[in-house]
Design a protein around this ligand. Structure first.
Ligand SMILES: *Cc1c(COP(=O)(O)O)cnc(C)c1O
Length: 360
């Protein structure tokens, strides 16, 4: 068996211990004589799996009692619609557009009501986070929406926007559980798990109870109401059962790691190695304003497209996978999620140094 260093933005690297444990339990889950994949989601055993997963997530994030945790499907994209369908009581919402994902959410919301773009960083290819300390928040806005870590562009909100009392809704898909997060600052926070927590097919929504109502936009399907899933503890219909089981293993792995403070230190240490090198290199450059740099996604360029392509090709041959940048930005991107070991980042930087020497 040989594993590569996988810098994919998502689906992405998972902890090797988690994969190994899942492999060990594949044919016979703890004496059940069957795989978790083959199990009724109404069984006692599966009930234990989903309840433990929720309890561990609650403990990792210190989620208060008045928030529900929902394990849903449809990816982050489905949330782009579910959020307005459930929260747009006045049919007005404010969006801060800091990248493709925020932009798609903003465009989707326009189907349902008046979505206002109150700030954007599109003027400089989303390479920074705009000042959000005093934005023109709409007096009747039902919520203010952000994408907290911009997976494609490599920026992260270091301070949350001043929403002037309005409910904050945040997409944390690519920074979920990478560092501590104060859930009480949000009305709703959600993430597709395939970036930092588990296999594709699960999206986790953490939502304050008062936002879960019957009062959704007319025509909202049963499956797209938060209330449906909250009332049924995420078991209204068959949930993405195996994916939730893997998420549960990753939660245990995070707890064993020392929780989110320890995870933050680990992620800062990794990111520093890469950013320090980008700052001193004469060949490679980071593309993001320094104070807005993400700990998770690190885009970089040489400034020469042919050289970028050569780097991607040679890095792949050397065992570094998925370093090609997103198709909309070009260049390179190293996603260094929780499960990327520090050795992977060190090895990448050594490889980049060698490439720089050879291509000066
Ligand atoms: C990947 C990603 C999405 C899209 O996720 P899907 O599950 O494919 O819908 C949305 N937002 C962010 C921040 C992402 O990183």
């Amino acid at each position: 068996m040989s594993r590569v260093y996988n810098f994919s933005a998502g689906p992405a690297v998972l902890p090797e211990e988690v994969l190994q444990e899942a492999a060990d339990e594949m044919l016979d889950y703890r004496g059940c004589g069957m795989s978790v994949m083959e199990m009724s989601h109404r069984s006692k055993v599966y009930e234990g799996i989903i309840q433990d997963a929720e309890a561990d997530l609650r403990s990792i994030l210190s989620i208060p009692q008045n928030y529900k945790v929902l394990f849903l499907q449809g990816g982050a994209h489905q949330q782009f619609a579910m959020i307005p369908m459930n929260l747009m009581k006045n049919k007005v919402a404010d969006y801060i557009v800091t990248g493709q994902w925020a932009k798609k959410a903003y465009q989707e919301a326009q189907i349902f009501g008046k979505a206002n773009k109150i700030a954007s960083s599109e003027d400089k290819t989303f390479s920074y986070i705009p000042d959000c300390s005093d934005l023109p928040i709409s007096p009747d806005a039902d919520y203010v929406y952000i994408c907290e870590n911009n997976t494609i562009y490599g920026t992260k909100f270091k301070t949350l926007p001043n929403t002037k009392g309005k409910t904050l809704v945040s997409d944390v898909s690519s920074c979920f559980l990478s560092e501590p997060m104060d859930v009480t600052k949000y009305g709703l926070v959600y993430g597709g798990v395939q970036k930092n927590i588990g296999p594709a097919g699960v999206v986790i929504v953490i939502i304050r109870e008062d936002l879960i109502t019957e009062d959704t936009l007319p025509g909202t399907p049963t499956m797209l109401k938060y209330k449906t899933h909250a009332d049924a503890n995420s078991l209204y219909n068959t949930p993405p059962a195996y994916g939730i089981y893997i998420c549960g293993k990753v939660f245990k792995w995070i707890q064993k790691f020392g929780g989110l403070e320890a995870m933050k230190k680990h992620n800062e240490e990794k990111a520093k190695i890469l950013y320090d090198y980008l700052d001193e290199s004469e060949l490679f450059k980071g593309t993001v304003r320094k104070e807005d740099r993400s700990l998770m996604n690190v885009p970089f360029i040489t400034g020469n497209e042919e050289l970028d392509a050569k780097f991607v090709k040679e890095s792949k041959a050397a065992g570094f996978e998925n370093l090609k940048g997103h198709r909309s930005v070009g260049g390179m991107r190293a996603s260094i999620y929780n499960a990327m070991p520090i050795e992977g980042v060190k090895a990448l930087v050594e490889f980049m140094k060698k490439f720089e020497l050879e291509n000066k």
